[in-house]
Design a protein around this ligand. Structure first.
Ligand code: FE2
Length: 492
C-alpha cells in the first residue's frame, strides 16, 4: 500500500468514526424523554399538591422547549387545552389540562428562568421546581382532567412552566404567567430558615387590565375577537369569561358535546395558558349537572359550588351562578351575603366587582330582559345585597349585545359616574357566538341605559387606582366603541 493510500485509509477511518459518533449523539438527543425510575407513582402520591424543591423525586422529562413533545410517547398523554386560574391565595396558580389517556399523577415543572426549564434534566438541579397534582376522570366525558396548584410564588414575577404526568414521557410546550402584586412577610421558622408567607388582605390597588366577555362559543363569529385578545394579551392580567363558554350543549340543556368543548378550549389555549382565565357558568354550560364545567374550570374556593370570590391586585371579585338557586335563604344567597359582609367589614372603601352570566339591567327585546320573573327576582334580592354592600360594578352577558348603565338601583338612576350611588352594570354578550348579535332594543331606552349597541367585541376593565376605573368596549376591529371613567362611590 502506497503512503498516499495509507493516508487515505486513515482519513476514511477517522471520517467513519466521526460519523458514528455523530449518529450516536444524534440518537441520544432524539431519544424519547425518559422517566426516572425513582419517580414511581407511589412516591409521587405522597407529594400530591405540594412543591417538591429537592428533586429527589424528580422526573426526567427532557424537554425541547418548543411544541408538545410526543416523540416515542403515547399521543393520548399529550397535554391539551391548558388553562391557568387563580385560587384564593395570590401566591398560588392553578394549572389545568386534559389528556385523552392516563398519565399517573399530574405534574408541573416551573422556574423563573425559561432556559433553566427547557435545559432541565434530573442531573442538573438548577432551580426548576416539580409539583404533583391530581388526574381524575368523571362521568359523561372521556379522558382525564388534570390539575396542579403551584404554591409559594413571589409577587409580580413571571414563571415558565410545562405540564406532564408521572407515567408519561410527554411534556407540554413552555408556557408562562405573571403573578399579581401582594404583600409578603418573611419570618424564620423553627429551623431558623427564612420562610415567605402571604397576607391575603391586600387593599392597595395595583393597576391592571382585565378582558371581559360572555357568550363566546365555538364556531360563530368569534375568530376576530380571539385574534384581538391574543394581539393584546400582554396588556391583560386577567380574563373573565362570564358564562356560555363553548355552546357545547347543542341547545339541549342536559347534554354536552365534548368535541365542541375541546375545539373551543384548543382555540383559546394561547390565551388560557398564559393569563388567568376566570369563568362563571351560563345556561349553555349546565349540562350533566355542571359536571363538565366544574371538571374543566378550577375556580377558587373549596365549596365545590359554582360560586366563589377572590382578591386580585387590591380588588375584591365575586362570581355567582345565575344557573343555580339564588332566592333568599338558599345556600348561594347566604354565601353571597356572607362574603360581601365579611369583605366590607375588612375594607369598607375598596372596589368590589361582581360577575355572573345573566344581567338584571338589560334592554334588548330578549324575553330575559323584557319579562322574565327570574330576572326580576335577581334584581330584588341580589340587587339589594349589591346595594347594601356597595358592589361597584356588575358584569354579565346572556343577551348578545353591549349595554352600559348609569349607577342604578330599583330601576332609577342614582348618582353619577363621578359620585355613584349604586352599581354600574355592563352587559358584554358580544364576542361573537353562533347565534349572532341582538340588535332589537326596547324603545324608548330606559332612563338607566347609557350606551347600547350590537357590535362584535369585548370589554376592557382598566383598574387605575383605589378611586378610578376606566371601562372600554373594544370592537373586533380594535376600535374603542365606548369608554367611561367610573369613580369609587359610597352608597347610602
Ligand atoms: Fe346565556
Amino acid at each position: 500500500m502506497s503512503m498516499m493510500n495509507k493516508i487515505n485509509c486513515t482519513l476514511l477511518f477517522v471520517f467513519l468514526v466521526l460519523i458514528s459518533v455523530c449518529l450516536a449523539e444524534n440518537k441520544q438527543q432524539n431519544h424519547s424523554p425518559k422517566i426516572n425510575s425513582s419517580a414511581s407513582p407511589s412516591k409521587a402520591n405522597k407529594n400530591n399538591g405540594s412543591n417538591n424543591n429537592n428533586n429527589n423525586n424528580k422526573i426526567d422529562l427532557t424537554s425541547n422547549g418548543g411544541g408538545s413533545s410526543s416523540e416515542g410517547g403515547d399521543i393520548n398523554q399529550i397535554p391539551q387545552t391548558i388553562k391557568i386560574s387563580l385560587t384564593n391565595d395570590p401566591s398560588e396558580m392553578m394549572i389545568s389540562w386534559f389528556t385523552n389517556g392516563k398519565i399517573g399523577d399530574a405534574i408541573v415543572q416551573f422556574s423563573e428562568s425559561k432556559s433553566d426549564l427547557i435545559n432541565y434534566s434530573a442531573n442538573t438541579n438548577n432551580g426548576v421546581i416539580t409539583v404533583n397534582g391530581k388526574s381524575t376522570t368523571f362521568s359523561n366525558w372521556k379522558g382525564y382532567s388534570n390539575s396542579v396548584v403551584l404554591t409559594g410564588l413571589s409577587p409580580k414575577t413571571t414563571y415558565y412552566y410545562q405540564c406532564g404526568g408521572s407515567s408519561s414521557n410527554i411534556l407540554s410546550q413552555t408556557n408562562y404567567f405573571t403573578t399579581s402584586n401582594f404583600p409578603t412577610t418573611t419570618t424564620a421558622n423553627t429551623s431558623g430558615k427564612n420562610v415567605k408567607s402571604t397576607t391575603t388582605d391586600n387593599f392597595q390597588v395595583t393597576p391592571f387590565t382585565a378582558a371581559v366577555y360572555a357568550d363566546m362559543g365555538y364556531g360563530g363569529g368569534y375568530n376576530n375577537t380571539v385574534k384581538v385578545i391574543e394581539e393584546n394579551l400582554s396588556k391583560y392580567s386577567l380574563i373573565l369569561h362570564i358564562g356560555d363558554i363553548a355552546y357545547a350543549d347543542y341547545n339541549k340543556v342536559e347534554q354536552g358535546n365534548q368535541t365542541i368543548w375541546t375545539n373551543f378550549l384548543q382555540a383559546l389555549e394561547p390565551i388560557t395558558s398564559k393569563v388567568p382565565y376566570m369563568t362563571a357558568p351560563g345556561n349553555h354550560d349546565v349540562f350533566y349537572s355542571f359536571n363538565s364545567y366544574q371538571n374543566t374550570f378550577n375556580m377558587p374556593g373549596s365549596s365545590n359550588q359554582p360560586w366563589y370570590s377572590y382578591d386580585y391586585n387590591g380588588v375584591h371579585f365575586l362570581s355567582y351562578s345565575t344557573e343555580s338557586d339564588l332566592a333568599p335563604f338558599t345556600q348561594q344567597y347566604q354565601w353571597i351575603k356572607n362574603d360581601l359582609e365579611t369583605y366590607r367589614k375588612k375594607n369598607p372603601s375598596g372596589w368590589v366587582i361582581a360577575y355572573a352570566h345573566r344581567p338584571y339591567y338589560c334592554s334588548t327585546q330578549m324575553d330575559w330582559c323584557r319579562k322574565q320573573t327570574l330576572r326580576a327576582l335577581i334584581e330584588s334580592t341580589i340587587g339589594e345585597l349589591f346595594q347594601n354592600y356597595n358592589v361597584d360594578i356588575y358584569l354579565a352577558g346572556h343577551t348578545h349585545a353591549y349595554e352600559r348603565t348609569v349607577p342604578v338601583y330599583q330601576q332609577s338612576p342614582i348618582g353619577t359616574y363621578e359620585y355613584p350611588g349604586g352599581t354600574v352594570h355592563f352587559t358584554i354578550g358580544t364576542p361573537g357566538n353562533q347565534e349572532g348579535l341582538d340588535h332589537n332594543w326596547i324603545l324608548p331606552a330606559p332612563s338607566w341605559s347609557a350606551s347600547r349597541f350590537g357590535e362584535l367585541g369585548y370589554g376592557q376593565l382598566n383598574v387605575v387606582n383605589n378611586t378610578h376605573i376606566l371601562w372600554q368596549f373594544l370592537t373586533d376591529q380594535q376600535v374603542i366603541f365606548d369608554e367611561q371613567w367610573i369613580v369609587k362611590g359610597y352608597f347610602d
